[in-house]
Design a protein around this ligand. Sequence first.
Ligand code: SF4
Length: 330
Amino acid sequence: MFSEFYRKEGDRIVCTLCRHYCKLSDGQTGVCGVNAHEGGRLRNLVYGKVAALNIDPIEKKPLYHFLPATTALSLGTVGCNFQCPFCQNWHISQSNAIEASQEVTPEQIVDAAVREGCSTIAYTYNEPTIFYPFARDVAKLAHAAGLKNVFVSNGMESPEVLADMKGLIDGFNIDLKSFDPAYYKKTLKGSHAGVLDTLKRLKSEGIWVEVTTLIVPGDNDSDEELGQTARFIAEELDPYTPWHISAFHPDYKVQDRDPTPAETLRRAEAIGRQAGLAYIYMGNVPEDGNTHCPDCQARVIARSGFYVVENRLVDGQCPECGRAIEGVWG
Ligand code: SF4
């Protein structure tokens, strides 16, 4: 399927799906491996070619303040515009085996979501920005069917794509993987400034955003860097943006390091609290991620793993003091 997200520059075209802005000669494919210049147009090679399709609790995305205890039909393709050496989905993200994917139409995706009682479609597993032409067609049908759309993303969406997503993508979980621009560039092959800009744009549009930081021992676990990350969220986004601090496990090319110790996550949590963040959740560890009212500290949502065991919110408000709890509650 050809995509409209490009501009011409002489004989080349520039893909405008993400902030890499790959300049492609005819026949060339971009960094992600799934958008190619074909005869003056941009073809999205993974349109309708799904490499992973599951029904997940929305909490697994993770989104803890977005229609709790509902399910999301979750899909991804092969390819990625990052090359994180610890990727937990590297089998698809770093693959170019498009031909091994399952062929589906947007209608089939939305029909399946409705049939299975899902409330949301989640574009996830690999970086969804690189398959936005497909996600966009699914998302439009999903809205028409009364479903919501969420992106689980590394934050490299171009401003052009972010503008197009307005009114279509209802929530985001964005990875803020580090606060070191050189690490983003050299190790992840992405742009730190670009991710920060995406986060600020989404917030300024009033779109629901939660942030995830995978804490990799030795890479991004210093007090200084965790403090910079937490302060950015609290001061440049807002203190009520949920921050998911997630434990690393050896995967893909990073096999020589121990998993993130629980005390590192607790240290990160303390740093986040000091920065003023109200909602901090630990991921990839056997900790229950409960939501507490920032004013009276009452427990308003109790979770066990990815499952909600009690939701005491009343019209999105704390049942004890009536404070509105930030989120999309349906
Ligand atoms: S989606 Fe990003 S990485 Fe892929 S071709 Fe377009 S600009 Fe390049």
